[in-house]
Design a protein around this ligand. Structure first.
Ligand SMILES: Cc1cc2nc3c(=O)[nH]c(=O)nc-3n(C[C@H](O)[C@H](O)[C@H](O)COP(=O)(O)OP(=O)(O)OC[C@H]3O[C@@H](n4cnc5c(N)ncnc54)[C@H](O)[C@@H]3O)c2cc1C
Length: 595
């Protein structure tokens, strides 16, 4: 046995023995002074990171007696690099089986990740346990697969109520729907668009995913080996549509949820939706909002907006530069959508100006892939044996608090590698940042979900002046364009407000009421105290994939990677409730911000 394998095995044996004796002081003593225990559902029925020995001991004391963990066992070999010994392990609780990851420094735990993978007795029916598909023999009135499927579609939501209703059938709703289906949780996904995948199709014509294919796989059905690195939006739309069908989801397209209300007496939701021209009320026990993180448009209110004689749209309603050839377009904003739209307008022959109101982080796509993502999500990662599930768990094993110091050197390297590129952008007047603490793109995404551009070409247009740049604050909108606070004016036929999106609880306010939205509170962000992510520190993303302050109300969203990984957490929480497994939630997060 190698030394790292022996070290990890010994730590797990000591930890397992201490917690089974109920000696939580001894278990805590196995952690270093700077240490983290991140649990995804297995012990806490929550997504929770305990930071430092006192918090770890409190979490052990509160969760272990009930969870009754056992069988901590190393999986594969341990390894050692740069003074950190690490290894994978499996474990069991009274109700489930889990997988974990451990990092040791000087023999003491630095990071411990524990994740619930399946519930005992309610495992997904796969591999040797896959359904047979047919019952051999002869049976009167036998139902074919198609008939059974049609029966399900006909009855669910009418004669039979679903246990879960998911509002929104974009990637978040579809992926969660697939998880729930595999776990046998009756669910309906309501989607106001005509077809699954339309939320991608409806976006501007030139859009391709900014994340590479290795990061984007859907659960159960990875993309084929020749799938393009950056999926064009209509192609990903078609994939989502096919996936919805192949996963046999109860997906109601063309169905708009109009309102939802909790019925305290019946302990269920009343969800009213317009379905096939009729008002239908669904009565699920649980309601999931998968209505999109990038979906409640933030439209600023400047004086004079209604007086503008040209066309003005929020970026979410911009479709294509087709009709703007030879016209003057002003794009307000300097993040991803703003850059993509400027490039699209320029490609269509418009005269384009970008208005930059605050600094922006720009990371070149190639550099991002090489320096930030490539180790886990790339062809070379696949070749070195890091499959998607392993990559997701490695990612998850780094607690949010520990991430920024690990990210800073990556972006320092990026700064050096692309020094000439950044210098040309700055010369053109573009105001750059690398995040408040230099931790770059991924931290900005987690903290505020905005503030960056992954450069796939538009930066060159800004650097060489093909897209004009105007820095500064807007005073008001005039009949013919924008009046800036510095006294200058920008003439425009088209104004695109690429001004981002609001918190997902905005959807709760629209469909339930403001009181409930306030009770849920702000979604996303870590409480880092950096721009647009006010403290106090939360340790996990606010409200995502975990219990909220509103009973039986959940939030699902994020990029494809997050949806893939965290949908299992949410699906297992829902399945446990369906099967009446006790789910005592440890440290339900308080709400500090309403939006
Ligand atoms: C321009 C742009 C580029 C992006 N690029 C990437 C990328 O490269 N990689 C990546 O991973 N992510 C990217 N994202 C972020 C994110 O992954 C996408 O926004 C993605 O579409 C989010 O999926 P979702 O299912 O959470 O939300 P959406 O796709 O917005 O889906 C929400 C769905 O809810 C439906 N809905 C809303 N209200 C109701 C209602 N009342 N009743 C019924 N249905 C309702 C909507 O019709 C919509 O289909 C990008 C986002 C934008 C805006």
């Amino acid at each position: 046995m190698s030394a790292p394998t022996a070290q990890v095995s010994q730590w797990l044996a000591d930890f397992g023995a201490a917690v089974s004796r109920g000696n939580f002081g001894a278990a805590t003593a196995l952690f270093g002074d700077e240490s983290y225990w991140r649990d995804l559902v297995s012990f806490t029925w929550n997504l929770k990171t305990a930071e430092g020995p006192p918090q770890i001991q409190a979490m052990l004391e509160a969760t272990m007696p009930r969870a009754k963990p056992s069988n901590f066992a190393i999986q594969g070999e341990g390894s050692e690099a740069n003074g950190v010994t690490e290894g994978w392990f499996t474990f069991e609780t009274a109700t489930g089986r889990g997988r974990g990851h451990l990092r040791l420094i000087g023999g003491k735990a630095w990071t411990l990740l524990t994740t619930l993978q399946e519930l005992k007795g309610f495992e997904e029916k796969k591999r040797e346990n896959r359904p047979k598909g047919v019952e051999h023999g002869v049976f009167k009135d036998r139902k074919s697969w198609l008939e059974a499927r049609q029966d399900e579609e006909r009855t669910l939501g009418f004669a039979k109520q679903p246990y879960v209703v998911v509002i929104g059938g974009g990637q978040a709703g579809i992926i969660l729907g697939a998880r729930l289906k595999k776990l046998g949780v009756p669910a309906i996904i309501v989607e106001k668009n005509a077809r699954p995948g339309d939320s991608w199709r409806n976006r501007y014509k030139s859009l391709c995913l900014h994340d590479p294919v290795w990061y984007d796989h859907l659960p159960y059905m990875p993309f084929p080996d020749d799938w393009p690195v950056f999926s064009p939006k209509d192609k990903i739309g078609d994939w989502l549509e096919s996936y919805t069908k192949l996963m046999e989801l109860n997906y109601w397209p063309g169905t708009e949820c109009k309102s939802a209300r909790w019925d305290e007496a019946a302990q269920e939701w009343n969800v009213t939706a317009q379905h096939r021209g009729e008002s239908v009320t669904l009565k699920p026990k649980h309601l999931v909002f998968a209505t999109g993180m990038s979906a409640v448009p933030n439209l600023p209110s400047y004086p004079g907006m209604s007086a503008f004689k040209g066309t003005q749209v929020h970026s979410s309603n911009y479709r294509s530069g087709d009709e703007w050839r030879g016209k003057r377009a002003v794009v307000v904003g300097s993040n991803n959508s703003a850059h993509d739209i400027c490039a699209d307008l320029w490609e269509h022959g418009a005269d384009v100006t970008m208005v930059q109101r605050s600094t922006t982080h720009v990371a070149r796509s190639d550099s991002l892939m090489d320096l930030a993502l490539g180790g886990l999500y790339s062809e070379s990662a696949v070749k070195s044996g890091i499959d998607t599930a392993t990559a997701d768990l490695i990612f998850a094993s780094l607690p949010y608090k520990a991430l920024p110091p690990l990210q800073v050197p990556v972006y320092q390297q990026m700064k050096e590698r692309d020094a000439e590129f950044y210098s040309r952008l700055e010369k053109a007047g573009f105001q750059l940042d690398f995040g408040d603490d230099g931790s770059g793109l991924f931290m900005k995404y987690l903290r505020r979900g905005s503030g960056y551009y992954i450069d796939v070409g538009a930066s060159e247009l800004v650097a060489n002046g093909s897209v004009k740049l105007k820095n500064g604050a807007i005073e008001r909108v005039t009949a013919s364009g924008l009046a800036m606070q510095d006294g200058s004016e920008l003439q425009a036929d088209l104004i695109v407000w690429a001004t981002g999106y609001g918190s997902m609880n905005g959807w709760v306010s629209q469909l339930i009421d403001q009181t409930t939205a306030d009770k849920v509170g702000k979604c996303w962000g870590l409480g880092s105290g950096t721009s647009k992510d006010p403290g106090p520190w939360e340790g996990e993303l606010r409200n995502m994939w975990k219990p909220t302050q509103v009973k039986n109300l959940w939030m699902q969203g994020g990029n494809l990677h997050q949806n893939r990984h965290y949908s299992l957490c949410l699906a297992l929480q829902l399945k446990a409730r369906l099967e009446n497994i006790a789910t005592p939630v440890y440290a339900l997060a308080p709400v500090h911000h309403k939006s």
